[in-house]
Design a protein around this ligand. Structure first.
Ligand code: CA
Length: 423
């Protein structure tokens, strides 16, 4: 297993310029050896050539999911151990009440983390080692937006403040040293389905850095928000989400708050609604069906991003805690963070590590994202699973990442902590 993992990680640890060079070299060797290269090769060549250093850097930094090499036998072992690690959730006794926009999340003590889903039905191909070990966490009660922040809500913020998002700002040479000035253009990362099946080990086949893509033009300059007022705002970087949260008197959830809320008082289940991806044949979230990434057949009723509240809420009244758009959390992302907890104690209101570390891109400062998106699928990445984690460089945006906010409880909620079970 270690050999397999190290082989895959070896590719992941290449620097971005080296990876870009690899793509170009691959293109050159391949086409030189076969003059009659097929359409797929042509597509690879075109994408690789178009991937400027700025663009490819942005893509790598913004994307949560890449393949790794875990095999089925490993996953069965992890699945067994992970499943045993969950203990019942103990919910606080509180008097908080939900309102029209925000749900009261009572808080309490729960088992945080996720098992290795590879080898399971609908499990996908990612082991998600960063979500283990499962550990015991306590969070105070808080209010949480029932939906992801919508385009209409974000438009009010921009109108009131004149705020300009990261994607609308021209990247600086300091951010991208060595990149030619002509490549330093405002834009963002956009999912563009290829016209046919492509290898799943090359994210540039379906992600591209597009000039002029921003929250008003989530798919690029030719797109707009017409009739999408109730869609989640996307193409927002972490610092954009923080700016909105402050303006609205709220804040981003910690990763622990997010997972407690998403689990809805349940313990160890795979999804916010239970252990089956579908309930009685009904899709419970906006994810990806068909052939990833080239053809989304929208069995769940949506191709791409969809409106908020289309699928059932979880037990706390929260919509789209799986799928549709990823959601930024307050915490820095470290793949090894869960190893830092003492297995014999409960962590109280953890706020994440002091810094970021993604071994696949150690030079990038990344924040946690949760919930997965309309692109999640068991053919590639199943991070719509409730205990799984995502991450993104904090000044990067894509058209499948949004956010929702939380608010601290007021003293009048008279919340009472329930002492967690000693371990
Ligand atoms: Ca869908």
């Amino acid at each position: 297993m270690k050999i397999k993992l190290s082989q895959f990680h070896g590719i992941a640890l290449l620097t971005v310029p080296a990876l870009l060079l690899l793509l170009l070299v691959f293109q050159g060797c391949h086409t030189a050896g076969n003059k009659n290269h097929n359409e797929a090769d042509t597509a690879i060549s075109r994408r690789a050539t178009n991937a400027s250093a700025t663009g490819f850097n942005k893509i790598k930094a913004a994307i949560s999911c890449t393949k790794n090499g875990m095999i089925k036998e490993d996953s069965i072992l992890y699945m067994h151990q992970g499943g045993e690690a969950f203990e019942p959730t103990v919910v606080n006794v509180t008097t908080g009440k939900s309102n029209a926009d925000m749900a009261w999340i009572p808080g309490g003590t729960f088992s945080m983390g996720g098992i290795n889903p590879t080898g399971m039905t609908d499990g996908g191909m990612e082991a998600m080692d960063d979500a283990r070990p499962v550990h015991r966490v306590f969070v105070d009660g808080f209010y949480m937006d029932k939906t992801e922040v919508t385009n209409a809500q974000f438009a009010k913020f921009v109108k009131a403040t004149g705020y300009i998002t990261v994607a609308e700002q021209k990247p600086t040479a300091a951010e991208f040293p060595g990149v030619p000035p002509e490549d330093l253009v405002a834009g963002s990362v956009v999912f563009t389905p290829p016209s046919q099946k492509v290898p799943l080990n090359d994210i540039s086949q379906w992600w591209s850095y597009q000039k002029g893509a921003d929250w008003r033009h989530p798919l690029g300059p030719g797109s707009d928000l017409k009739e999408k007022e109730d869609y989640p705002v996307v193409q927002v970087a972490w610092e954009d989400a923080v700016a909105y949260a402050k303006w609205s008197g709220k804040r981003l959830p910690t990763e622990a708050e997010w997972e407690f809320a998403a689990r809805g008082g349940k313990a160890g289940e795979l999804y916010p609604w239970g252990n089956q991806l579908q309930q009685k044949g009904r899709w419970m979230a906006n994810t990806f069906q068909g052939s990833f990434p080239d053809h989304d057949n929208a069995e769940d009723g949506e191709t791409g991003l969809g409106p908020v509240k289309k699928y059932p809420a979880n037990a706390y009244g929260l919509y789209d805690m799986a799928g549709n758009a990823w959601e930024w959390c307050a915490d820095w992302y470290r793949s090894d963070y869960y190893n830092s907890f003492n297995p014999n104690t409960v962590a109280y209101n953890p706020k994440g590590p002091a810094n970021s570390l993604d071994p696949q891109e150690p030079g990038q400062k990344k924040k946690v994202q949760r919930g997965g998106s309309f692109l999640c699928t068991d053919q590639y990445c199943t991070r719509y699973m409730v205990g799984s984690r995502g991450k993104g460089e904090y000044r990067s945006a894509t058209n499948h990442v949004g956010f929702r906010c939380v608010q601290d409880a007021k003293q009048s909620n008279n919340q009472m902590r329930v002492a967690p079970k000693s371990l």
